[in-house]
Design a protein around this ligand. Structure first.
Ligand code: CTP
Length: 459
């Protein structure tokens, strides 16, 4: 669908059949029921944000975002009362999420599988920023205020659904339709990136995903605001980076941010390896030959992103972005694998020398290492063996057996058992009988003194 014609401040119009084409029958019907509720209760309701932008571009989106010029949480609770489901309200921002379930699908008379899991309502609001990069102070406002507080003109469009008389009118106070037609990303005012520097990341995310140009003025303001990225909280930066990592063109977006200097403005030393785009693509196409029950696609992407850094730099970035413990451990372990890449492929090093360095690492890091070392089949094979064999090898002998042999407990136990396990890993021992023979030999050799009497019965 081409964006409908509309001049600034003059509403365009939007056909309901376009909603059905873009959203699908069930979400369009759900939108009708929500609109009907607002019409019956006399609330002004709008469809807004990414879903509308994508509809106007001829695509569809699963997320339904509504703005209402009254109490969003009371409105969502009204829907819950009538159709079931769950409502979670977030008072400070005047937002409410209505989650749908089998019962609500039933009451709505729509197939659950075709419905979004939840829909979002927000009270139309005005925002002011007390200082650069701080979270905004919000207060109730009109739909126009709500559009003016947004990031880009193409995200500042609203489709009126209620009252009935205004159904289908498109509000375009910021010339978003013109920018959609010209395929352009444009912020709404000079202070946009100063108020919210995370919009720097969003600009490159949308420009790359939609293949839009960044307007010259927006690009100038963006460059000027780059140093402010250093003042944004880790949680907000992590969230925006996570959204980038979920994009199909994540590598391309991050490379552009890298070339702009945005990554090093977040944290010195944060840079993007040129190979990231192909690494991320490989990650979505290829899987290692082992099954990972705890596969975590996002943690894997964090690993690929930071694998090229020296360990202390990666640790600094993980801390700056406030990554959780599990993600940080996986990232650091991936850096360690990359630091020993040559040794992994070195045939002079026996498996028992390699295994201890790999087997305690998180499986996400081994997965990342396997993808990153795709040009070294020897290294990949050792990563595979770690996951599929080495990690589970246990010798037949245990501490009780050594004790039964009369060996006084001590650090020797660990050394002997390690040696036996190493022999299994190297393939020098393939049965309990062979292990027993090796144990006998070790004990008699005096290497693990005090030696037991030659010929003592073992096991
Ligand atoms: N928004 C904003 N400034 C931000 C984040 C969000 O103005 N820093 C506004 C935009 O109008 C955006 C809407 O909030 O359209 C919803 O945010 P989000 O879900 O992140 O964006 P979408 O446009 O829906 O993105 P996507 O297509 O990736 O779902």
């Amino acid at each position: 669908m081409t964006p409908p014609d509309s001049t600034n401040n003059k509403p365009g119009s939007f056909d309901r059949s376009a909603l059905v084409r873009g959203l699908g029958e069930a979400p369009a019907r759900l939108t009708d029921l929500v609109a009907k509720q607002a019409q019956d209760q006399g609330h002004a309701l709008y469809l807004v944000g990414g879903v509308l932008r994508d509809l106007l571009l001829g695509g569809g989106s699963a997320d339904l975002d509504f703005v209402i010029e009254s109490d969003a949480s009371a409105f969502a609770r009204g829907l819950q009362k009538r159709y079931g489901g769950q409502v979670h309200a977030h008072k400070p921002f005047g937002t409410a999420k209505w989650s749908l379930n089998a019962e609500s699908a039933d009451r709505l008379g729509l197939p659950l599988d075709d419905l979004p899991q939840h829909i979002d309502f927000a009270r139309a609001r005005k925002e002011t920023y007390a200082e650069p990069a701080a979270l905004p102070l919000t207060m109730p406002g009109s739909i126009e205020d709500d559009m003016q507080r947004r990031d880009f003109s193409i995200n500042a469009l609203a489709l009126s659904l209620s009252p009935k008389a205004r159904y289908g009118q498109l509000l375009d106070a910021c010339s978003g339709l013109q920018d959609l037609r010209n395929r352009q990303i444009r912020v709404l005012h000079e202070r946009s990136f100063i108020d919210d520097p995370t919009r720097i990341l969003r600009t490159l995310r949308f420009a790359t995903r939609l293949n839009f140009e960044i307007s010259a003025q927006t690009a100038g303001w963006l460059l000027h605001a780059l140093p402010l990225l250093g003042r944004v909280s880790g949680a907000r930066l992590r969230n925006e980076t996570k959204l980038i990592l979920a994009e199909e063109l994540a590598g391309e977006i991050l490379l552009r941010l890298n070339d702009l200097g945005a990554l090093k403005a977040i944290q010195p030393g944060f840079y993007m390896p040129k190979r990231l785009a192909s690494d991320l693509k490989r990650a979505s196409k290829q899987a290692p030959p082992w099954r990972s029950p705890d596969h975590d696609a996002l943690a894997l992407r964090w690993c690929l992103l930071l694998a090229g850094c020296e360990e202390p730099v990666a640790r600094g970035i993980a801390k700056r972005l406030d990554l959780n413990r599990r993600q940080t451990d996986s990232v650091i372990a991936t850096c360690r694998i990359m630091a020993i890449a040559e040794e992994l492929a070195d045939p002079r090093l026996r498996p028992s020398e390699i295994a201890p360095r790999l087997e305690t690492l998180p499986s996400t890091a081994l997965h990342a290492g396997w993808l990153l070392l795709h040009d070294s089949s020897a290294a990949q094979e050792r990563l595979r063996l770690t996951m599929q064999r080495w990690r589970t090898i246990r010798p037949c002998t245990n501490g009780h057996d050594l004790r039964a042999l009369g060996l006084p407990p001590g650090p020797r136990y660990k050394q002997i058992l390690k040696r036996l396990r190493g022999a299994w890993i190297d393939g020098d021992v393939r049965s309990c009988a062979a292990e027993q023979a090796l144990l006998q030999q070790l004990l008699e050799s005096g290497e693990f003194a005090p030696a037991v009497q030659p010929g003592a019965r073992l096991l």
